[in-house]
Design a protein around this ligand. Structure first.
Ligand code: AMP
Length: 218
């Protein structure tokens, strides 16, 4: 399955990408996770990206496009991938189409997770991420078994700097201006599958799988 998860910050893209990756056996490619790792490691990419991320702005297209292009060429993406947080602009969507065309491939589906702004703020304020593997939790809706520890790898859970309320509002504005237009683009291409994003991760996963035409127990 070659697919994109689209939706505002806090719509559950990371959580669903993680569940879908396990369920479908293809990698999750999260530009946010890759950029955060680069910032942590202090690589040249990380140094260039950090300021934009701290302000809730988009990292310039050419940086992100290059990292996705390189990532999709790795062998583990041969059988498909789940893009999470990319594309976020029309230019990125065009670059993705070009990169896949060069490889003789194309996207098969774009899942659009719909949630309202109030729900976004509720979710993001309780969100905690694993500093080691990037797994995402929510203190109320999806807590880890042990407080502050990742169920998957035992890593420490932390609150992302850009999950502060003021930055979240900036990210929502950036989403409306730059990313929301992609919904119509993918609808016109016949790729869009709209899914209601409220409810537990498992409830949303069930809807996503149905929208993709994948049986839940297969
Ligand atoms: P995310 O984890 O997807 O919410 O991404 C966190 C931050 O990383 C965003 O607010 C942007 O600053 C940056 N970022 C992630 N993906 C992209 C992208 N496709 N284009 C530009 N910036 C991105």
């Amino acid at each position: 399955m070659r697919m994109v998860l689209l939706g505002p910050p806090g719509s559950g893209k990371g959580t669903q990408a993680q569940l879908l990756a396990q369920r479908l056996g293809v990698p999750q490619v999260s530009t946010g996770d890759i950029l955060r790792a680069a910032v942590r490691e202090g690589t040249p990419l990380g140094l260039r990206a950090k300021g934009y991320m701290d302000r809730g702005e988009l990292v310039p297209d050419e940086l992100v496009v290059e990292l996705v292009r390189e990532r999709l060429q790795r062998p583990d993406c041969a059988g498909g991938f789940i893009l999470d947080g990319f594309p976020r602009t029309v230019a990125q969507a065009e670059a993705l189409e070009d990169a896949l065309r060069e490889q003789g491939r194309a996207l098969q589906a774009v899942v659009y997770l719909r949630v309202d702004d109030q729900e976004v703020v509720r979710r993001i304020s309780g969100r905690r991420s694993c500093e080691r593997c990037g797994a995402v939790y929510h203190v109320l809706y999806d807590p880890p078994r042990e407080d502050g520890r990742c169920d998957r790898c035992g890593g420490r859970l932390y609150q992302r700097d850009d999950d502060r309320e003021e930055t979240v509002r900036a990210r929502l504005r950036v989403y409306e201006a730059n990313t929301a237009p992609l919904v119509e683009r993918y609808r016109a291409q016949g790729l869009l599958r709209e899914v209601a994003g409220q409810g537990t991760p498992q409830e949303v996963l069930g809807r996503v799988l149905r929208a993709l035409g994948v049986s839940r127990d297969a």
